[in-house]
Design a protein around this ligand. Sequence first.
Ligand SMILES: C[S@@+](CC[C@H](N)C(=O)[O-])C[C@H]1O[C@@H](n2cnc3c(N)ncnc32)[C@H](O)[C@@H]1O
Length: 308
Amino acid sequence: MHSARPMTREALQAALERADDHEEWVRVLADYFDAAGLFYGHGTDNAGDEAFWLIRHLQGWREGAFEAKPDASLAGTAAEIAERRATLRKPLAYLLGEAWFAGLPFHVDENVLIPRSPLAEVIEGCFAPWVAIEPGVRILDVGTGSGCLAIAAAVHCDGVIVDATDVSKAALAIARRNVERHGVADRVRLIEADLFPSARERYRVIMSNPPYVPARQLESLPPEYRHEPALALVGGETGVEPAERLLEAAGDWLEPGGILLVEVGAEAEPLIERHPRLPFTWLELERGGEGVFVVTAEQLAEYRERSR
Ligand SMILES: C[S@@+](CC[C@H](N)C(=O)[O-])C[C@H]1O[C@@H](n2cnc3c(N)ncnc32)[C@H](O)[C@@H]1O
């Protein structure tokens, strides 16, 4: 909500220094964010959660720190970051260099999309009930960005082997840091490739959160999105070009009984309109998020056969 002019950084710092507890810190910071008319959607969906995230980050996520009396020496840094969040309209994850996904911290910078995919819920459930996952099962993550989906799969699903592709060298460098941070280098292979790796493997799961914003819509997104790489957002003129390329080719890379799992967000309707005979299963996710579909290897093969 854009309710008033935000106070100055000095006034914000002074208000934090006066506060008796961290609940008040949240209130003061959230009011400041609201007055600046910020957009939320890069890790939180409201000012209070954004304020809480900033405070907990500054506290190093230490047990009990939020309940303790505020450390006034953090007020200056908090006010400075909040001011940059408001004036630059930069998502908080980039200002902190960190985002949380599937219960795990990831290093991020402006070369990678900020992790927020609703696919987290499916990965944490190890793709049940769609496929059985056991050690040695192969998974492909197309367009890995920070590596969040691939690494979350490796951490949450015992013994799986994950290949993860991206066309962006800069994104792959960030993904490498995250692979090392989570100690999964022996099970997550990062590959520079246009969608699919050149070595032909068969996967039980191909998952992707491809770019899916129609090119003409990019300019109308809130300013926060301009800090994310256009390569990670724009899915061609229609928005669904990368998703359609996945639908076209994934069958050649899936093992029998395997699944293609893709997020297309608000582009679900246009995709259905363009492929009315493809039997997408659209997932209902407990933690929210829309536009995530599953299709099986067999459904893809049949669709391809019928479209010939
Ligand atoms: C929406 S971001 C998703 C990043 C990450 N998987 C996530 O969920 O946060 C899409 C990613 O796909 C990558 N990408 C775009 N076109 C690609 C292509 N043709 N082949 C492989 N990766 C591509 C972008 O560089 C970007 O990292």
